[in-house]
Structures are given as structure tokens and as C-alpha cells.
Design a protein around this ligand. Structure first.
Ligand code: PLP
Length: 403
């Protein structure tokens, strides 16, 4: 698989070296078809959508609602009414937390279960909800091998469990959580428990079928799946979304407004107050079509091969790798005794290798390990074996200088 040429930014030179971009878990680069779709939108389609009496407004509306269909089919949603466009994964999770706070479905003493390796986006919105309604946040610990601790999860589940929210793939560790089993067990404990899957690191890497998973919500960011920043979607099960109240008020989310009483629009519009990111959402659909054309299963196999090669190479260098060699997300986090992650990242940058260092917005996870951060190598469909080998050679050189 070689898609490097489809991504103009990958020809960037860092000094005399070509860029090796391994910061894909933070954000992915954009292929020509996505750049072209953005240009096309603003040159040929730009207009505000819905209720416009003119040609461009009808065209933009049609493209925007087609984009919603594309997202629905990408996630195998039962209906595009279940797809709410958001500015990203964080916005999707906050939408669920805020509407739940308003709904009265979660109250004092109820429990919300998350994983220890969650991104702050899957912790802080729930903490804010807990503070507001008096609910309690219950993190599930990891096993000593840094896997989701199913037994601990079973001990935490109780009649008070109202919501379980888990990352499909953790962004700092790379573990693929057993989401299907987590959802099934949460339901067995209490059929009314809601389950949200944080799909920030799985979308575009793993085949996602929200109906087969059986969750209630799935949130993802467009920019991590080859689309622009400020795009994304929240999928919600229609029967659940129907029970929840709107959150942001304004244009488009209403049916009738009077000073006495306002009634709300139907799904999904009741959650899309104001002018949406019309161009961004249309371009997001182009990115998802690109991923579908390449094939998610092919991307997964390619990334697994790269991640395996990187894992073995890093192990040979004697660094400490978080987690095991088994199938994982397209990323590897490492620590090196006596070497600060920032120093390693800085030296790698000087050799043209872009990685991310720090806590990766997972401070509670870092605290559980007693570390302040890691160096993270993360992959996308355009990375190659040469990228892996260049990153390994650069890591070896950097460690020779630092150790
Ligand atoms: C697992 C996970 N969840 C949530 C997020 C938040 O995504 P965004 O900042 O695009 O909203 C990220 C971003 O890195 C992530 O990796």
C-alpha cells in the first residue's frame, strides 16, 4: 500500500531529510481529494443551507444531507437521523453529557464508568455532569499487562451504573478495548445502562458497525480520519436521542418559536443549533469515501504490519513499550529509563521524524503508571516500512546521544 503521493504535505523537507510523519493519533494529513473537495465547495457550492430559495442554497443543502448519509453508511447507522454533525469527538461527548444533565435520567448517587486510560475528553465532561447532578465517576483499572480489567469492571457494575463510556482504542496506550463485550456486560447488568464509545482512535482504522456493537453513542473527530479540523459526528441511537432534550438553542433546532413557548425540530436537527460547518461536513464525507475506497480492513492490516515492525524494532532497542505485542491500535507509546520523553521527541524532530511526547491528554493514566509522559509513534494509511525503519534508526541515534 503506498498512498504517500496522494498527500502533498508529506513531501515537506525537514532540513535535508524528508518528513516522516508519525503523529497521526493527534491529527492526520489530508489527501488531494479532500483538499480538492474543500476548494470545490467554496468555489462552486458555498451557501447557507435549509430554507434557501435559491440554487446555491439547494445545492449546498443537498450536498450537506448527502454527507450525513455518507457518515451514516460509514458507521452502518440505521438512519441518517441518528447522525449529528459536531466539531469533533470532544464536542460529541460533551453533547451527550450536557443533554443527560438536563434530562434528569442521571441523578444523585448514579454512577458513570470510564476507563483509566481515557482521554481527558472522556473524563472531564462526565466529571462536570457528576458535579452538577451528584453522580459518581468510577474508573475501571487496567490489569498489570495494561489491558482493560474485565473482572474489576464486573465488580464496579451495579444497579447504580447509568452510563459506561469507553475509548474503542486508547490514544496513549494503543490498546483495543473489548468494546463489544463491555457493552454486552453493561446491558446484562442493567438493560437501561447507556454506553458511549469514544471512536477518536478507531474511526478509519477499524471497521465500525454501530448496530453490531450495540452501543448508544459513538463519537469521532474528522481531523483524525483525513478530514479538516472542526468536523466530526456523534451517532446516537434514535430511541435514546428522542428521549434527550436539546442542549444548544438557536436557529435550525426549532420547529416553532414564540415568546410563550418554543417547540423543537426533529432529529438530527434538534441538536444542530446555528449554521453548521457546511463545507467541513461535506469535505468530511469526501474523506470517509476516500477511506472506504482504500478499504478499512486493508488499512487495518497495513497499520498492524507497520505497528508490529515498529514494536519489534523498539523492543530490540531496549525501550519500555506500554502494553503487549497483540493486535493494537495504530500507535506505540514508549518510555526510556533516564531519558525524558521531550528530549527524545526533540532529537527525533531534528532528524525529520514527527512524534508526540507528553501525557497525551491522559493525565490520570500517566499518574496510574507513575510517569509524566511517553513518546508516541502513531501510524496512518500513508506510512510505509521505510518510515518505520527511519524512525527506528533515528530513535537509536537519539538514544545513543541521550543515554
Ligand atoms: C481517544 C481520544 N478521545 C478523544 C479525543 C479528542 O478528540 P478531539 O480533540 O479531536 O475532539 C482524542 C484526541 O486525541 C482521543 O485520542
Amino acid at each position: 500500500m503506498n498512498y504517500r503521493d496522494e498527500f502533498p504535505i508529506l513531501s515537506t523537507r525537514i532540513g535535508k531529510r524528508s518528513l516522516v510523519y508519525l503523529d497521526n493519533a493527534a491529527t492526520t494529513q489530508k489527501p488531494r481529494c479532500v483538499l480538492e473537495a474543500a476548494r470545490r465547495y467554496y468555489e462552486e457550492q458555498n451557501s447557507n443551507i435549509h430554507r434557501g430559495a435559491h440554487y446555491l442554497s439547494r445545492l449546498a443543502t443537498e450536498k450537506h444531507e448527502e454527507a450525513r448519509e455518507t457518515v451514516a453508511s460509514f458507521l452502518n447507522a440505521a438512519s441518517s437521523r441518528e447522525v449529528i454533525f459536531t466539531s469533533g469527538c470532544t464536542a460529541g461527548i460533551n453533547l451527550v453529557a450536557q443533554t443527560l444533565a438536563l434530562s434528569g435520567l442521571i441523578g444523585a448517587g448514579d454512577e458513570i464508568v470510564v476507563t483509566t486510560d481515557s482521554h481527558h475528553s472522556n473524563i472531564v465532561p462526565w466529571q462536570m455532569l457528576c458535579e452538577r447532578v451528584g453522580a459518581v465517576l468510577r474508573p475501571v483499572p487496567l490489569t498489570p499487562e495494561l489491558r482493560f480489567d474485565m473482572e474489576a469492571f464486573h465488580r464496579i457494575l451495579s444497579p447504580a451504573t447509568k452510563l459506561v463510556s469507553v475509548p474503542y482504542i486508547s490514544n496513549a496506550l494503543g490498546a483495543i478495548n473489548p468494546v463489544a463485550q463491555i457493552i454486552a456486560d453493561a446491558r446484562r447488568n442493567n438493560p437501561a445502562t447507556l454506553v458511549l464509545v469514544d471512536g477518536a482512535q478507531s474511526t478509519g482504522h477499524q471497521l465500525v458497525d454501530v448496530q453490531a456493537l450495540g452501543c448508544d453513542f459513538y463519537a469521532f473527530s474528522g481531523h483524525k480520519v483525513y478530514a479538516p479540523t472542526g468536523t466530526g459526528a456523534l451517532w446516537g441511537r434514535e430511541s435514546v436521542l428522542e428521549q434527550l432534550p436539546p442542549w444548544l438553542g438557536g436557529g435550525e433546532m426549532i420547529s416553532e418559536v414564540s415568546f410563550e413557548k418554543t417547540t423543537y425540530n426533529t432529529l438530527p436537527f434538534k441538536y444542530e443549533a446555528g449554521t453548521p460547518n457546511i463545507g467541513g461536513n461535506i469535505v468530511l464525507a469526501e474523506a470517509l469515501r476516500f477511506v472506504q475506497q482504500v478499504g478499512v480492513e486493508k488499512i487495518d492490516a497495513h497499520e498492524q504490519a507497520l505497528t508490529g515492525r515498529m514494536f519489534d524494532g523498539l523492543k530490540a532497542l531496549g525501550v519500555h513499550i506500554l502494553g503487549t505485542r497483540e493486535k493494537r491500535g495504530a500507535l506505540i507509546s514508549v518510555t526510556v529509563p533516564g531519558v525524558h520523553h521531550y528530549d527524545l521527541g526533540t532529537l527525533l524532530d531534528q532528524m525529520g521524524i514527527a512524534v508526540r511526547t507528553g501525557h497525551h491528554c491522559c493525565q490520570p493514566f500517566m499518574q496510574s503508571l507513575g510517569i509524566t509522559g511517553t513518546t508516541r509513534y502513531s501510524f496512518a494509511l500513508y506510512n510505509t516500512e521505510e518510515d518505520v525503519d527511519a524512525a527506528l534508526a533515528a530513535t537509536e541515534r537519539a538514544l545513543d546521544m541521550l543515554r
